[in-house]
Design a protein. Structure first.
Length: 195
């Protein structure tokens, strides 16, 4: 019982560290006028959000490629470069490009379906992009349904934080429950006298 308890405490501590770091970063850069500094803080918060997912999945022993998850959580922001350079304008109602939609997630999941050998890597990258979009929904708006819909969608920042926060207690509970059910005593047929 000691090992699952230690694992649960470590999971909770790591998740709390990620969450408190996100909150501190967001307090630091909210309405920050310097775009570069704002971007650095935001990317760090995206990595921490994906890190919370990796911690939660690791606690319940779901296979995830952490590098692909983390890369997926920030790589999508490369589409901001044309906006920053003034080569294009942001769509109406959002500061994020059209490619901040479900299209990259769908493409990566299609890769997972077609490439069985690297399925976990493709799926982890898709989860990273989904984590990125989830944070962006909570810190602004995205064209989630583009190209089918050009309607910006967002959620409250509190919903994003609560959504991220629920990952860790759920993983801790699942870790403890999994251990208690996997250690349940079993009665063999020989011990029961059924020979």
């Amino acid at each position: 019982m000691v090992v699952p308890l230690v694992r649960a405490i470590a999971t909770a501590a790591a998740g709390a560290t990620c969450l408190s770091s996100i909150l501190l970063l967001d307090l630091r850069y909210v309405d920050h006028p310097d775009l570069l500094e704002h971007g650095v803080f935001d990317e760090a918060a995206h990595l921490l959000t994906a890190g919370m997912i990796a911690i939660a999945l690791g606690a319940i022993r779901v296979p995830v490629r952490v590098a692909a998850l983390l890369l997926g959580s920030i790589a999508i922001d490369i589409d901001h470069i044309p906006l920053i350079l003034g080569m294009t304008d942001a769509p109406a109602g959002t500061s994020r490009p059209e490619s901040h939609s479900l299209i990259p997630v769908i493409v990566l999941l299609l890769g997972a379906a077609l490439d069985r050998r690297h399925r976990a890597t493709w799926s982890s990258a898709a989860l990273g992009v989904a984590a990125h979009l989830f944070r962006d929904l909570g810190t602004g708006t995205v064209l989630l349904g583009w190209p089918v819909s050009d309607r910006p969608i967002g959620i409250s920042y509190e919903s994003y934080i609560w959504g991220a926060m629920v990952l860790i207690p759920a993983a801790v509970c699942r870790t403890m429950f999994r251990h208690s059910t996997s250690r349940a005593p079993t009665v063999s047929s020989t011990a029961a006298g059924c020979t």
